[in-house]
Design a protein around this ligand. Structure first.
Ligand SMILES: *Cc1c(COP(=O)(O)O)cnc(C)c1O
Length: 216
């Protein structure tokens, strides 16, 4: 078992209810998730559909599973029966697909729209113009509920850059009074994210140790 209990306790104390902790367990075995569950953790984040589906079957039913990876439309159906929150929605067509699969399951699925805030070219996400377009288009969709925004800052030692990116996301978030979830902050930058208004942090390596294989 390789979870860091001290770090977990310390993190909860630090977050102090200001932000929800999503424990990012991608690539980590079910035993590690169970160990954190036994300490009281219920929100877990995964990036890969097949891995999430396997873990959902193996682990306690009251876990709230967050899908935080890049979701392909043809895989929505596998997670639609149980997923708690989908963080990375970056197109209207994906939102439509989630709506369709949610309806089949008699569910309303909560979603976050992913906004591109990093200077890096490789990150997924909407820009502010696309965001407002999707926010208008989504009105007919009855089986999804867009509850907020998600973003990833640049992987950079330049902390003022990271802070600026989080500020940009918070500013967009504030334009939509109905939003309640601002998902920003990872192991390396969650302190800044919380200072800038994050309500949900996604933390993996601090809790579970470094991952063995690279992650998209
Ligand atoms: C892997 C991942 C995380 C967690 O990253 P750590 O640096 O290990 O905390 C958070 N968000 C997303 C979208 C991820 O893919």
């Amino acid at each position: 078992m390789s979870i860091n209990k001290e770090k977990y306790t310390q993190l909860l104390k630090e977050l102090n209810g200001k932000a929800t902790l999503v424990a990012v367990s991608k690539t980590k075995p079910a035993e590690d998730i169970q160990a954190l569950y036994d300490l009281g953790q219920r929100d877990f984040g995964e990036n890969y559909v097949q891995e999430l589906v396997d873990k959902e079957v193996a682990l306690p039913k009251d876990i709230r599973w967050h899908f935080i990876g890049h979701l392909q439309s043809n895989k929505v159906k596998y997670i639609a029966p149980f997923v708690y929150l989908i963080h990375g929605v970056d197109s209207f067509s994906l939102l439509k697909e989630i709506n369709k699969e949610a309806a089949k399951n008699n569910r309303v699925i909560d979603c976050l729209l992913q906004v591109h805030i990093a200077k890096e070219e490789t990150k997924f996400g909407l820009d502010s113009t696309e965001l407002s377009a999707v926010m208008k288009e989504k009105d007919g969709l009855k089986n999804i509920h867009v509850v907020g925004l998600m973003g990833m800052a640049s992987f950079s030692d330049d902390l003022s850059l990271v802070r600026e990116e989080f500020k940009t996301l918070k500013h967009l978030y504030d334009q939509y009074p109905d939003f309640s979830v601002l998902s920003m902050g990872m192991s390396g930058d969650y302190t800044i994210a919380v200072e800038e208004g994050s309500t949900m942090v996604r933390i993996g390596s601090l809790l579970f140790g470094e991952r063995n294989y690279p992650v998209k």
